[in-house]
Write a protein that binds this ligand. Structure first.
Ligand SMILES: *Cc1c(COP(=O)(O)O)cnc(C)c1O
Length: 438
């Protein structure tokens, strides 16, 4: 007998955040995903081992490749992004590395927004060069800038919709169109927005990347990264992606896109890039991040509410020169934010203090409740002066271009009582002003 009373609507985001990828353990009934703290897995017999190594059977061999706790996390994030497959790894930077490793050959290039996380700019402009991979940075304000930078060796477009640190919103849809016309994937670093605020695949992106270290984990305890694929990109439409469309000699001539179809990219990223480069995610960290994601929607709602209050407070403060938060009507990105991030534009943004570099340093040195450190997306409110820290490797021109000029302070508004956050900022700003006047 079938039960006709069952509800067949697709589950909502909050339900997915809790249940996707996390069914009870088959052997023990454990309701939460166990931490499979093991490096290896016993084979049934030699044939089973052979079929696992040939990727003919789904299963576990060695935790550098796959681990059940990590797999549960991959499934959860893929579901939240409305994607088809995912590969989790040890950090956001490792995720960027794995994605590019599948796409690029020596001599290839990709086009990236110049408004990126400072570490990504450094990774793309210096470290990737050692692989003979090249990145052309463009101003993301005009989609045509991306088109103009594409040549026959371009393998991807990379951007952040909600860009760190400037509070900038990038117009995703027309840029996805440029990538589509060029036959290359659009990769979105969705760390700042999280899939609760923006789902890049709904706007035509093909891969999304997260530093799970930030809002997904949400508690500042665990590093992690993930690459998610939409499953909609046709890797065989041209000859740009031989890693997916040509037989792989390291797997007896297996062709990943032909064999695994809409999760061919993530399978290749695991079976080759993760296996050979090695940045596996620790099962304990996967567990911590899984637990964090369960409360992502309620945390993000409060992050947004507090961020809006802090932005409005700063906008009216005499020590503050400007505030760049797309939730403010004064922001040039307010309309784009309503389109791409209808719930709100996150809780990380920048503001400028009167008095430049010196005043910026004074503010971050005088906060008490807020923590002066290089992270974001924690339950705690965090503050940093990018020009003297995260963006100090960049030239002053690069700093200004990426929204990290000398007077800029970045804040990641946490979940503390709002009056306490405002009071701490008020005393720190007041002290900096007083020092500047001395
Ligand atoms: C933190 C961050 C990264 C890098 O992630 P890690 O986990 O620190 O390696 C990449 N992109 C953005 C937007 C980030 O905030």
């Amino acid at each position: 007998m079938t039960n006709d009373n069952r509800d067949h609507r697709p589950p909502g985001f909050e339900t997915l955040a809790i249940h996707a990828g996390a069914s009870p353990d088959e052997k023990t009934g454990a309701r939460n995903v166990p931490i499979y703290q093991t490096t290896a897995y016993v084979f049934d017999d030699a044939d089973h081992a052979a079929s696992l190594f040939n990727l003919q059977t789904f299963g576990y061999i060695y935790t550098r490749l796959t681990n059940p706790t990590v797999s549960a996390l991959e499934e959860k994030v893929a579901a939240l992004e409305n994607g088809r497959g995912a590969v989790a790894c040890s950090s956001g930077h490792a995720a960027q590395m794995l994605a590019m490793f599948v796409l690029m050959d020596p001599g290839d290039n990709f086009v990236a927004s110049r408004n990126l996380y400072g570490g990504s700019i450094t990774q793309f402009s210096h470290t990737f060069k050692k692989f003979d991979w090249h990145c052309n940075f463009v101003d993301p304000g005009d989609p045509e800038n991306f088109r103009a930078a594409i040549d026959e060796r371009t393998k991807a477009i990379f951007l952040e919709v909600l860009a760190n640190p400037g509070g900038i919103i990038v117009d995703l849809e027309p840029i996805a169109e440029v990538a589509n016309e060029a036959g290359i994937p659009l990769i979105v670093d969705n760390t700042m927005a999280t899939p609760y605020l923006c789902r890049p695949f709904d706007w035509g992106a093909d891969l999304s990347i997260h530093s799970m270290t930030k809002f997904l984990g949400g508690h500042g305890t665990s590093m992690g990264g993930v690459v998610v694929e939409s499953g909609k990109f046709d890797w065989a439409q041209n000859d740009k992606f031989p890693a997916l469309t040509q037989p792989d000699p390291a797997y007896h001539g297996l062709t990943f896109y032909e064999t695994f179809g809409d999760f061919g990219f993530s399978t290749k990223a695991k079976a080759v890039a993760l296996r050979d480069l090695g940045p596996a995610l620790a099962p304990q960290n996967a567990f911590n991040i899984l637990t964090g994601i369960e409360s992502l929607p309620v945390r993000m709602d409060r992050h947004l509410q507090n961020a809006q209050a802090v932005a409005e407070f700063l906008e009216g403060h005499p020590a503050v020169a400007w505030v760049s938060y797309a939730g403010l009507k004064s922001s040039p990105y307010h309309e784009l934010a309503k389109k791409y991030l209808p719930r709100g534009p996150g809780s990380v943004f920048t503001f400028g203090v009167k008095g430049g570099y010196e005043a910026g340093v004074k503010v971050v040195e005088s906060v008490e409740l807020l923590s002066h450190l290089a992270n974001l997306g924690d339950t705690r409110s965090l503050i940093i002066h990018p020009a003297s820290t995260t963006h100090r490797q960049l030239t002053e021109e690069q700093q200004v271009a990426s929204g990290a000029g000398p007077d800029v302070i970045r804040i990641s508004v946490g979940l503390e009582t709002i009056d306490d956050i405002l009071a701490d900022l008020d005393q720190a700003l007041g002290y900096a002003m007083q020092k500047a006047a001395e």
